[in-house]
Design a protein around this ligand. Structure first.
Ligand SMILES: [Zn+2]
Length: 102
């Protein structure tokens, strides 16, 4: 019975070691293939996906899916900021043109 417990403990340790080694080895290299999490297309890792992996991301998107995601992110931003920015540009230009007119 004790022999069995020792065997199980050894098996668990070996499994943990193998799993740890595997997760270390799974760090993507430039050019390694992966399946896009958005559309499932096989693409190669680039600097963007590798740096995303280093930041903790484990699902990657191809260039077009990433572009769509970025567009969604920018469209989510509130337009109030943009309105303020427009005012910031338009008001001084009106002031400057009125200076030249009068
Ligand atoms: Zn994709």
């Amino acid at each position: 019975m004790e022999g069995l417990i020792v065997l199980v403990v050894i098996a668990v340790i070996v499994y943990a070691l193998l799993k740890g080694g595997a997760s270390k080895a799974s760090k993507p290299n430039l050019g390694d293939p992966y399946a896009c999490s958005g559309c499932g297309v096989q693409v190669k890792h680039n600097r963007r996906t590798v740096s995303a992996w280093e930041k903790g991301a484990r699902s990657f998107y191809c260039k077009s899916c990433h572009g769509q995601w970025r567009e969604k992110q920018t469209s989510k931003q509130p337009s109030g900021c943009l309105g303020f920015f427009v005012l910031l540009i338009i008001l001084p230009s009106i002031a400057i043109t009125s200076l030249f007119l009068f």
